[in-house]
Design a protein around this ligand. Structure first.
Ligand code: ADP
Ligand code: MG
Length: 543
């Protein structure tokens, strides 16, 4: 006896409520999501790019032009869109600038892929072509780059200024880039031809209440702290600095410890013992002739009093990260146990002072000799402005250090993307069949950078691209878009210079994400309210 169809139970392999999109449908949805993300930041690209105003759920307002800040703040939900956001984050981590560029290229790679899909070219063929083109791009970009002379401050200044062009820092970019260069050169380590920098050695401190032009570089560390006791000195010259990361208070008792004292006389002796212990701590510090104490933990009232009597300037509850910077700036060793404390552990600063900045007091540890960490104190009229300047300065620090670290630079203003596009087209002509089409599409996608720079400056993108192509065909490899005059100019001569790494990183991560998205043909969204997030490591496997 044979069974009829209706005798079979339907088979469910996934829980009820699961949404599933497969094949072309899945690809289209993913491409759409990625394009939307790119579209969201596209208008901010370049010196004439517009700003975005972001208001979060707490009502906090950020006005910015910075790609990664925008993407991080708009709380994107779509899993594929999140993958594009990761591209911006990688770019930020690896270079510190070029986030919009990376996302815009990724968006255009997918837009071109869509056209190829319409022509019935299989996604794996497109992915393969993109991979070939991405690998070739690294070689071409390296080939066109110029070697950077690490001592050439003039070029470094141009790199810093290019990073800040068109941002809130624009009007003061000359002054700010000078500060950035000085800071990077001071704290970076140069050995022969190699250079390395730990960006955290440059402390960027923001304070409103003065013009941007009053931003300054402090040869030491600025702490958002006031001295703990009013009778301590306002200023200490030739400071001998103790960095202590244990509390200067009696902490042996747990908060809920009960002490029962039966005899009233014992109360006094209890306090006497405590006082003696605190006094001994202060004696140990002053035995080293320290006249400045910076404590990561609390300083007890009594200890404050004793320190003040000895003319010591003290601050407390300083962040661990600041303690580490102070150690690098002053040469001090951070001490945990006062029993092992000696004068050798002290650091030095020419001057420590309490300064009123705006309506708060801050402690400046300045005039350090050869500091290995220092502070860039940024000033501006409003919080929004100082924050945006800090982002621009951060980009400049990233670009200058990346240029120095990798040692190669290229011209911006769309010049390197256009030259790369031209070379990739040449490469495409050596291939055959459908792969050739994919490589060609990759080359076309790179033109999105000069095109967008032109569009954002209100120029006719078709005219600009036509002229730009002609210039590159005429061997003018650094021809780029001068967004201020609308003319095609030599970007190198104009001083629009960027680290090579911005470009190699942007192209490779844009290609990686485009390829990854193209290879997905099945999107399974679980029916649960909270869609599994496409986190950093599991973007491809979770859904
Ligand atoms: P990203 O987040 O990618 O760094 P930006 O808004 O900083 O985005 O824009 C960077 C682009 O602007 C780069 O392509 C760079 O070459 C270009 N650019 C910078 N300065 C100029 C300039 N003076 N003229 C034309 N383009 C410029
Ligand atoms: Mg930038």
């Amino acid at each position: 006896m044979s069974k009829k169809d209706s005798d079979y139970q339907p088979v469910y392999i996934m829980p009820e409520g699961t949404q599933r999109n497969t094949g072309k449908n899945a690809q289209r949805m993913n491409i759409m999501a990625a394009k939307l993300v790119a579209e969201a930041v596209r208008t901010t690209l370049g010196p004439k790019g517009m700003d975005k105003m972001l208001v979060n759920s707490l009502g906090e307002v950020i006005v910015t032009n910075d790609g990664v800040t925008i993407l991080r703040d708009i709380e994107i939900e779509h899993p594929t869109a999140k993958m594009i956001v990761e591209v911006a984050k990688t770019q930020e981590d690896e270079v510190g600038d070029g986030t919009t560029t990376a996302v815009v290229i990724a968006g255009d790679l997918l837009r071109h892929a869509e056209e190829l899909l319409d022509m019935n070219i299989h996604p794996t063929v497109i992915a393969k072509g993109y991979r070939l083109a991405a690998d070739k791009s690294q070689k071409i970009l390296s080939g066109m780059a110029a070697k950077l002379d690490l001592d050439d401050k003039d070029v470094l200044r141009k790199v810093a200024e290019t990073a800040m062009t068109g941002k809130g820092a624009e009007d003061n970019k000359g002054h700010l880039s000078g500060l950035v260069i000085e800071a990077v050169l001071k704290v970076g380590r140069k050995t022969g031809n190699s250079f390395s920098l730990d960006k955290t050695d440059i402390k960027v401190e923001k304070k409103t209440g003065a013009g941007v032009a009053e931003s300054e570089l402090i040869q030491g560390i600025v702490l958002d702290k006031e001295k703990v006791h009013s009778s301590m000195p306002e200023q200490v010259k030739n400071a001998r600095i103790a960095l202590i990361d244990s509390p200067l208070e009696i902490r042996s008792l747990e908060t809920d410890t009960k002490i029962s004292i039966t005899d009233p006389d014992k109360i006094q002796s209890f306090f006497d013992v405590e006082e003696a212990m605190i006094k001994r701590m202060v004696e140990k510090i002053s035995a080293t002739k320290a006249n400045m104490v910076i404590c990561q933990k609390g300083i007890d009232d009594l200890a404050q009093h004793f320190l003040a009597k000895k003319g010591v300037y003290a601050v407390r509850r300083v962040k661990k990260s600041d303690m580490e910077k102070l150690a690098k700036a002053t040469g001090a060793k951070i001490v945990s146990d006062l029993n092992d404390f000696s004068a050798d552990d002290l650091g030095k600063a020419g001057l420590v002072e309490q300064v009123r900045v705006g309506d708060e007091f801050m402690t400046y540890v300045r005039e350090c000799e050869n500091p290995k960490a220092l502070t860039l104190l940024l000033r501006g009229a409003t919080h929004h402005l100082v924050d945006e300047i800090a982002r621009a300065v951060d980009d400049a620090i990233g670009d200058v250090s990346s240029a120095m670290k990798h040692g190669y630079i290229v011209a911006g203003a769309g010049a390197s993307e256009m030259e790369l596009s031209r070379e990739i087209k040449k490469y495409a002509s050596t291939l055959s069949g459908r792969e050739q089409l994919a490589v060609q599409a990759f080359a076309d996608a790179l033109e999105v950078i000069p095109r967008t720079l032109a569009e954002n400056a209100g120029l006719d993108p078709i005219d600009v691209l036509t002229e730009l192509k002609a210039a590159h065909d005429n061997k003018k490899k650094w021809a780029g878009v001068n967004v201020f005059t609308g003319k095609i100019t030599d970007a190198w001569e104009e001083g629009i210079i960027e680290p090579l790494k911005i470009k190699t990183q942007a192209v490779s991560s844009a290609a990686d994400v485009a390829i990854m998205i193209l290879r997905i043909d099945d999107i399974i969204l679980s029916g649960k309210e909270d869609i599994p997030s496409a986190g950093k490591d599991d973007a491809t496997t979770k859904y």
